[in-house]
Ligand binder design. Structure first.
Ligand code: SF4
Ligand code: MG
Length: 326
């Protein structure tokens, strides 16, 4: 289901090479049109590396990145040019994402020019309305220093949207904003995703933010996706002990809503020299002998996949190495 290439916007499968330190290992995900998926995990779990790999800043040692069904490693110059306008990034830091010497209008016009798009004046006005910088004429001639953090992030979003991308990669886009601004930007993003018709991969350490925006969530731990589920399913019924710990860390509005508590102790393992066992086992209260072996990433229910021996059918003796979705 996740790998029907004809409809997928983005497919990636990255695997390890034994002699290298792996920031991202065996990560496999597919994003279809108009879907917003999240990747969450602690800092250093590999989410930024994943993002950089997706846009070609890192070359995967193994595996493939497919965009609209085509392998990006076979892209020529013009394919890359098209890819760069089709895939837009919204960065974490709105304070550094904009050129301080360019006005809002110049920033947006430049984006249109780079991507060879016409009808520029009208597009600038339209996109500013869309990100609710109104009236547009109030903002066009401002420099970044004349904008608040939230306004700057709206300009970054406008710059991404103005070239009508198929895919938006968002890297912690609200984490540097104050709480009330975060809510406004999240609302905006969620509305925009509904009517722009783009797909989004939203990367964050903050589960509550991701669950607000995304229909499906991938939980990463030390370079691997250890759980993937539709958002509500993940919140209601996390399987992997690490996913349970993340959910437990979110304040629960309803105190009667029972959940099995899982506490998270200790720090992640040193990523250098990771062996084949479960990477979470040092911190896992449910650790068993079998956890010295890498757990398979298996579908435990319709649309829910997890990598934990608690959910693995050992009767069937499926080797863990065969369990990566392909
Ligand atoms: Fe815990 Fe074992 Fe599951 Fe890893 S595989 S999360 S150590 S129970
Ligand atoms: Mg990061």
């Amino acid at each position: 289901k996740y790998f029907s290439q004809s409809t997928s916007v983005l497919d990636t499968l990255l695997r390890r090479r034994q002699d290298m330190i792996q920031a991202v290992d065996g990560v496999s995900l597919t994003l279809h049109e108009n879907e917003s998926h999240g990747v969450i995990g602690e800092s250093g779990c590999g989410k930024s590396t994943l993002l950089k790999t997706l846009i070609g800043l890192h070359e995967p040692t193994e595996g493939q990145i497919l965009f609209h069904g085509r392998d990006v490693s076979e892209f020529g110059r013009s394919d890359w040019k098209e890819f760069r306008s089709n895939v837009q990034i919204i960065f974490q830091d709105p304070f550094n994402a904009l050129d301080p010497k360019m006005t809002v209008k110049e920033t947006l016009l430049e984006s249109l020019k780079i991507h060879g798009m016409d009808d520029r004046e009208r597009r600038v006005e339209q996109v500013l309305k869309r990100v609710e910088l109104q009236p547009p004429e109030k903002y066009v001639d401002r420099f970044p220093r004349q904008l608040s953090g939230g306004e700057k992030q709206r300009v970054s979003i406008a710059r991404a949207l103005i070239v009508e991308p198929d895919l938006i990669l968002a890297d912690e886009p609200v984490s540097m904003l104050d709480v009330s601004t975060q809510a406004a930007i999240l609302n905006l993003l969620s509305d925009l995703m509904e009517d722009v018709g783009a797909s989004m991969l939203y990367i964050s350490h903050d589960l509550s933010t991701v669950s607000y925006i995304c229909q499906e969530i991938n939980v990463m731990y030390l370079g691997r996706i250890i759980e993937r589920a539709p958002t509500q399913e993940l919140l209601d019924n996390p399987r992997h002990p690490y996913a349970q710990a993340l959910i437990n860390a979110i304040p629960i509005p309803d105190p009667h809503h029972g959940r099995e508590r899982t506490t998270l102790e200790g720090a992640p393992r040193d990523p250098i020299g990771l062996d084949q066992g479960c990477r979470f086992r040092d911190r896992c209260g449910k650790r068993m002998d079998i956890c010295e072996q890498m757990p398979a990433f298996v579908e435990v229910e319709d649309g829910v996949e997890t990598a934990c021996h608690l959910y693995y059918d050992h009767e069937e003796h499926v080797p863990a190495s065969d369990a990566m979705p392909d």
